[in-house]
Design a protein around this ligand. Structure first.
Ligand code: HEC
Length: 299
């Protein structure tokens, strides 16, 4: 029995040892940040770290991580800093065991920012920035303009980037169009790539409801944040079908006034209110009864 127990312990620990290898494919490990790490990226990264990482990893250099299995390595530790930037990025996207995946919660730009913050605790670190792709090089500081082409019925976006003092079109960048709704953004049309003149035309549905004069709030976003950085634009264009939507609190909304409420609703409501008050009255009467019984006892 004892022997089995010892064997079990050995197996348990060897499993843990083998689990400590976190293999990152060479291509992932070689990934580099598309932008240089500066004081401002470190500062932005610090806020992200405090909000998302500190609860487990603790303060960098203080070795005060939460005691999980395995223990989250300190951001300033040799173990953490031995990662290439790409390996950190990969591990942040993948997660493992208690380490959550940040694939859907942090943008790629935010991931690089938090990496830049952690690198601030490594005096030997020298950053290698990704060689920008041809499109990417032209496309730093992308700005987008949105317009409505009445003749074609399309919404057009034009992408330009500032290179030095010259603004030039951004070709071959993928963009998505959304309409702002009450709950989240509604994708409109498919993702499209800009042409040589930096223009993208989205087919706009003819039946999308707008506000009372047909205004729809539109958002365009570049999809490839790694190559281009974050860029988006918003515009309010009269491209929708004019729709009068009563405010939910307006008197003419469904049950906003008594006269419009169905009779069953009034009864159900009254019944619920009376039951609640009846219960409270019952509890009070019982407390009184206890009090009375108590004072009789004393006599
Ligand atoms: C719920 C706790 C938790 C949170 C939150 C968390 N981590 Fe981790 N992290 C861990 C644990 C545990 C490990 C060790 C995982 C392993 O080795 O299997 C780890 C491992 C890592 C590694 C790999 C270290 C190595 O061994 O190479 C990196 C990089 C990392 N975390 C960064 C972050 C960053 C940056 C954040 C915030 C954006 C974060 N973690 C948030 C628990 C957490």
């Amino acid at each position: 029995m004892k022997r089995y127990f010892i064997l079990l312990i050995i197996v348990r620990f060897s499993l843990q040892l083998s689990a400590q290898e976190w293999v990152v494919a060479p291509a992932d490990a070689a990934l580099k940040s598309p932008f240089a790490f500066t004081d401002s990226t470190r500062k932005a990264g610090e806020a992200i770290y405090v909000a998302n990482c500190k609860s487990c990893h603790g303060d960098p250099g203080k070795n005060n991580a939460i005691q999980l299995v395995p223990i989250p390595p300190d951001a300033a530790s040799v173990k953490m800093q031995a990662n290439t930037d790409g390996a950190m990025h990969y591990k942040l996207i993948q997660g493992r065991g208690p380490m959550p995946s940040f694939k859907n919660t942090l943008s790629s730009t935010d991931l690089w920012r938090v990496i830049s913050f952690m690198r601030g605790y490594n005096p030997k670190y020298v950053q290698e920035v990704a060689l920008p792709t041809i499109a990417g090089a032209a496309a730093q500081n992308v700005s987008i303009k949105l317009d409505w082409n009445k003749a074609s019925g399309q919404v057009e976006a034009s992408l330009t980037s500032l290179k030095g003092q010259v603004s030039q079109p951004v070709a071959g960048a993928e963009v998505k169009l959304f309409a702002k709704r009450y709950f989240g953004n509604l994708p409109v049309d498919e993702a499209r790539k800009s042409d040589a003149a930096g223009k993208v035309a989205f087919n706009f549905p003819k039946d999308l409801p707008g506000d009372s004069i047909g205004n729809v709030q539109l958002i365009v976003k570049l999809t490839d944040e790694v190559a281009y950085g974050e860029a988006s634009a918003e515009a309010t264009l009269a491209v929708g079908v004019p729709t009068n939507r009563p405010a939910l609190t307006a008197p003419r909304a469904m049950w906003g006034v008594l006269a419009k409420a169905p009779i069953w609703l009034i009864f159900a409501y009254l019944l619920a209110v009376l039951t609640a008050w009846g219960f409270i009255a019952y509890v009070i009467s019982q407390i009184k009864a206890i009090y009375r019984a108590g004072s009789k006892e004393q006599l």
